[in-house]
Ligand binder design. Structure first.
Ligand code: CDP
Ligand code: CDP
Length: 238
């Protein structure tokens, strides 16, 4: 691929992280890792086993889980938990509600960080570059990233984006989506271990009035400015 190194993209829910991280990865032939899907996979298993997301049994479960993740942006991310393909179930209301509690257990974060660091090292070695998106990538998971971006958008815009994505069109429905999203952000910002935060050296991009294509173009120029892109200026000869 044309991307060299790690691009870290963090930000609150529905800021456009997945869409634009995937766009940058596709454009630059890099791998793409959605780290939220791994926390969602742990939360899915917590619900599968009928455990309380806050309870101490979550830590034991996290140690036993076998989570596998594929990172080809053209395939869409595939996630396997104990041999079962789960990606289609990861964005349910129940999982979204449970995930901030599950993700605040230090042992869960340690286990998930290990999975992430393995994927990042493997893909930088095999493909040259990877775009990683989440809450704590620039701060904790990949502080060495060559480019760190903190994506934001206004609360109203994010509520509308997530509502559109979920096919919610009524006023009450949109207000409920907004409330759930802001509640999750608050919990992600306030947890003790690797909270949602902008790294001091991250570039903040407010996407409120940008299209996804405009955000991808901005990411491309930020990566290019840092010498991370080897885009062919001329067609290869021979
Ligand atoms: O797509 P959306 O932004 O709504 O959520 P996500 O990226 O799938 O993340 C789901 C949840 O996983 C977040 O609300 C966090 O609780 C947790 N998460 C985290 O703690 N650290 C990350 N690097 C990524 C996600
Ligand atoms: O990953 P994250 O939760 O940050 O957001 P996403 O799932 O990538 O984006 C949420 C929705 O907003 C998607 O349907 C995107 O197409 C849309 N979006 C947008 O309308 N304008 C942008 N600049 C970025 C995303």
């Amino acid at each position: 691929g044309a991307l060299r190194g790690v691009v870290a993209i963090d930000g609150p829910a529905a800021a456009g992280k997945s869409t634009t991280a995937r766009g940058l990865a596709l454009l630059s032939g890099a791998a793409y890792l959605d780290t939220g899907a791994i926390y969602r996979a742990v939360a899915w298993a917590v619900l599968r086993d009928g455990l309380s997301p806050e309870g101490g049994q979550v830590a034991d479960l996290a140690g036993r889980l076998d989570i596998d993740i594929s990172v080809d942006p053209s395939l869409g991310q595939q996630v396997t938990v104990d041999g079962e393909r789960v990606e289609a179930q990861l964005r349910s209301r129940q999982v979204s509600e449970a995930v901030p509690s599950v993700a605040s257990h230090p042992i869960v974060r340690e286990a998930v960080h290990q999975i992430q660091r393995n994927v990042i090292a493997r893909l930088v070695a095999s493909r040259g570059g990877i775009v990683v998106e989440g809450r704590d990538i620039g701060t904790v998971v990949a502080p060495e990233a060559g480019l760190k971006v903190f994506l934001t958008a206004s609360d109203d815009e994010r509520a509308l984006r997530r509502s559109r994505q979920e096919g919610v069109t009524t006023w009450n429905g949109i207000m409920a989506v907004r409330q759930a999203l802001l509640r999750r952000d608050t919990r992600d910002r306030n947890r003790a271990v690797s909270p949602l935060a902008k790294a001091p050296d991250a570039v903040e991009v407010d996407t409120t009035s940008m299209t996804p294509a405009e955000v991808v173009d901005r990411l491309v120029s930020l990566a290019d400015e840092r010498g991370m892109l080897r885009l062919a200026a001329h067609p290869p000869v021979g």
